[in-house]
Design a protein around this ligand. Sequence first.
Ligand code: DP6
Length: 325
Amino acid sequence: MATAKAHTNIALVKYWGKKDQDLIIPQTDSLSMTLSEFYTTTQVVFDPTLTADQVTINDQAVTGDGTNRITRFLDIVRQLSGRHDFARVNSHNHVPTAAGLASSASAFAALAGAASRAAGLHLSRRDLSRLARRGSGSATRSIYGGLVEWHRGHDDATSYAEPIMEKLDFGLEMLAIMVNTARKKISSRYGMQSSVISSPYYDSWKDVVAHDMATMKAAIAARDIPAIGHIAEENALRMHALTLSADPGYTYFNSETLTAITAVRALREQGLSCYFTMDAGPNVKVIYDRHDRDQIVDGLAQTFDRDRLVVSPAGPGIEIWDENN
Ligand code: DP6
């Protein structure tokens, strides 16, 4: 039996498209910040008496499609370890009240950590990152804390994450504006593939990411938070342009998303250095220096209830507890 705790991450340079859908090899590199306030703890035990994998998430039994994705992932762990028993998986998503920022990144990183250890494997963090990638691309980066880069690589061995700065020594912080906690209608998995296949801008996106990776790393090295925020905001908008330009086109924005973006831009016009990013859902995340936190929270609280504003500094990498021996 083993337990793992992994935190979710938010990309500053986004991953949006796969080269290999089975191995989850991305089209581009990406770069993220791991968050302290959102994490998953998962316990796994392989049990010879079971006749199928048994999964609970937040104490609710999971059935159907939800279990299939987990069983496919556990099959990889069984293949790697030579252990063939089915497993009992108990997972808890720790998200602040009113959140709904449950994430496949923390979920598959924690599952990779707990399942591999419960099966008797002691993987290096690089190999854990490769394993987590097989569950969900963004999980590749959740093995590490702080600022993390996922090298796209060209095969299973070369596509893994590496920390850029595991413990932040400057004030970069994020705040999530919880605009809507409903489940997203278009999964990132489906959405990104549709962008790869049908957006006429997809090739340009690869150039955008190559450029943004270089400027983002320089901005991080310089601890230049306005530059980090600016690059992240432009990168997110260009990623979302791939959804609008797909056939059929779609968007993860809703009207509250636009309200949030407008509020962030208004604060910026008042002289506060804050920027936004968004993923495959309507919630908006704000990027800023922690010294400006109170003013930014007060400013956003004029538009959104305070319980919808969740501040998160950078968080740590994965922790794994071996409960067998
Ligand atoms: C917009 O990692 O959820 O958050 O690999 O298909 O599981 P799959 O996709 P997923 O996509 C994340 C997309 C994103 C950007 C990012 O995290 O880099």
